[in-house]
Design a binder for this molecule. Structure first.
Ligand SMILES: [Zn+2]
Length: 97
C-alpha cells in the first residue's frame, strides 16, 4: 500500500457581492437560471493543508450542475448581463428578478 501523503489541488470559493442584475444568469448546461458570479482561489494542498496558491479569479458558476466559466473583468460581466436580459426576454422571465 502507498502511505505517502499526496498533493492535491484545493479550491476555495466565495460568492461575490454583486447587484441582483448579475445573478440568476441562464446556465447553458442545465438550462436553469441559477448562474452566479463567484471568486475562486486554488491552492496546492498536502492532505488538507493549503501550501501555496496556484491562482484564482472571477467565474460564473452554476451551483446546480457546476458549469463554470471565467470572466476577466467587470466589463465582461456587464456584457454578459446585457446578453442575459435578451435570453430572459425569450424565456418570458422578468429581468428585474
Ligand atoms: Zn447549470
Amino acid at each position: 500500500m502507498n502511505y505517502l501523503p499526496t498533493f492535491k489541488e484545493k479550491v476555495y470559493e466565495s460568492d461575490l457581492d454583486v447587484a441582483d442584475r448579475y445573478k440568476n444568469f441562464y446556465c447553458p448546461h442545465c438550462h436553469n437560471f441559477s448562474v452566479v458570479p463567484v471568486h475562486r482561489k486554488a491552492f496546492m494542498a498536502l492532505l488538507w493543508v493549503p501550501l501555496f496558491p496556484l491562482g484564482g479569479g472571477s467565474y460564473l458558476k452554476c451551483p446546480l450542475c457546476n458549469w463554470i466559466q471565467e470572466y476577466k473583468n467587470e466589463q465582461q460581466l456587464v456584457t454578459v448581463a446585457k446578453e442575459q436580459e435578451h435570453i430572459k426576454k425569450q424565456h418570458h422571465i422578468p429581468t428585474d428578478l
